[in-house]
Design a protein around this ligand. Structure first.
Ligand SMILES: Nc1nc2c(ncn2[C@@H]2O[C@H](COP(=O)(O)OP(=O)(O)O)[C@@H](O)[C@H]2O)c(=O)[nH]1
Ligand SMILES: [Mg+2]
Length: 324
């Protein structure tokens, strides 16, 4: 790399699909680089064309394998596919996921596929902001479908999967006797439930448990606009993916392009707004208080004050306009 290209100059290049520009913009957004804000503002205004699929489930449930299988089919249908994996352990860096059956390596060499893994730690200003910025960059770069894979542990990750047009929740047999989606609060966020590894004999049980739980959950609420399907897939047997993509398409036609989609985009926008405001507020707060941290710490050490009083003092000092 010769000279530092200002982030704003990277925007039109990323929009033309230049891989290096896409990668640099995402890295700068992830690191919270100072000059990237203007560029990301521009990206946000240009984005909004792609269909975003959030895909979540506990570690080992078969998410990455499923992403590969879906990518193969979406590519065959002529769609350009962007993948943002909020999971450093995603085996996307090359090689084969399931021996020769599903080879991510093929996609790695395909310029109709862009894969980006993000570490759970290290995204300055929050994971959600960084992941959704990356999605927008890929959207502007002309990827038609963007799959956002997040590990379904922790509220942050589950929230990110929800910040998509169509959310797929993956459950797998053999990871404990309960359907994992319940524990992590993932049951409610699914537009489509998928049970992976249906080549296993215990998969039927997982399917039945999940269907049963959904029936009781729905019975308690209103008549749904969208009936959440529960589908089984097997990457080993290469089965169920056409049905899964058909369900995704049905969700796009019935919900994403309808009233539900308007509502969903509003919720996503609100989520972006809140996350961004929290980030900006936090940075401002830290910058304003860091130089005088001892002022509030000393009384605590001496026990002449308490954390609540000092924190209140700290907040009002940070939020006050500076005296002139
Ligand atoms: N039996 C079986 N195992 C699978 C299938 N799909 C994935 N696995 C295995 O499940 C494990 C976790 O897969 P991975 O896609 O990395 O899960 P992730 O952590 O949710 O992304 C790997 O050992 C896969 O080989 C499947 O269709 N059948
Ligand atoms: Mg994974």
């Amino acid at each position: 790399m010769s000279r530092y290209v200002p982030s704003l100059e990277l925007v039109p290049r990323a929009a033309r699909g230049e891989t290096a520009a896409i990668g640099r913009l995402i890295s700068r957004a992830e690191a919270g680089a100072d000059d990237v804000r203007g560029a990301m503002a521009e990206i946000y205004r240009r984005a909004g064309r792609a269909h975003i699929i959030g895909l979540t489930g506990v570690p080992g449930s078969g998410k990455s394998t499923m992403v590969c299988a879906l990518t193969t089919r979406l590519r065959a249908a002529g769609r350009r596919v962007g993948i943002v994996a909020v999971d450093p352990s995603s085996p996307y860096s090359g090689g084969s996921i399931l021996g020769d059956r599903i080879r991510m390596a093929d996609h790695v060499l395909d310029d109709g596929v862009y894969i980006r893994s993000m570490a759970t730690h290290g995204a300055v200003g929050g994971l959600a902001r960084a992941a959704l910025d990356a999605v927008d960059v890929l959207d502007v770069a002309g990827f038609d479908t963007i799959i956002l894979e997040t590990v379904g542990v922790g509220q942050d990750e589950v929230e990110i999967a929800r910040a998509s047009h169509t959310t797929i929740v993956v459950s797998a047999p053999g990871l404990g006797d309960e359907v994992q989606a319940i524990k992590a609060g993932m049951l409610e966020i699914a537009d489509i439930h998928v049970v992976s590894k249906c080549d296993r004999s215990d998969a039927n049980r997982t399917l039945m448990d999940l269907k049963h739980m959904l029936t009781s959950a729905v019975a308690a609420g209103h008549a749904p606009l969208w009936r959440v399907p529960v589908l089984g897939v097997s990457a080993y047997a290469n089965e169920g993916f056409d049905e899964l993509l058909a369900a995704v398409q049905a969700h796009v036609d019935q919900i994403v392009h309808g009233e539900g989609g308007v509502q969903r985009r509003r919720e996503i926008a609100r989520f972006r707004l809140q996350k961004t405001a929290e980030d900006l507020l936090m940075r401002r707060f830290i910058a304003a208080t860091a130089p005088q941290l001892e002022r509030w710490t000393d009384p605590l050490v001496e026990r002449t004050s308490d954390p609540y009083s000092e924190a209140a003092g700290m907040i009002s000092a940070a939020l006050q306009p500076p005296r002139v």
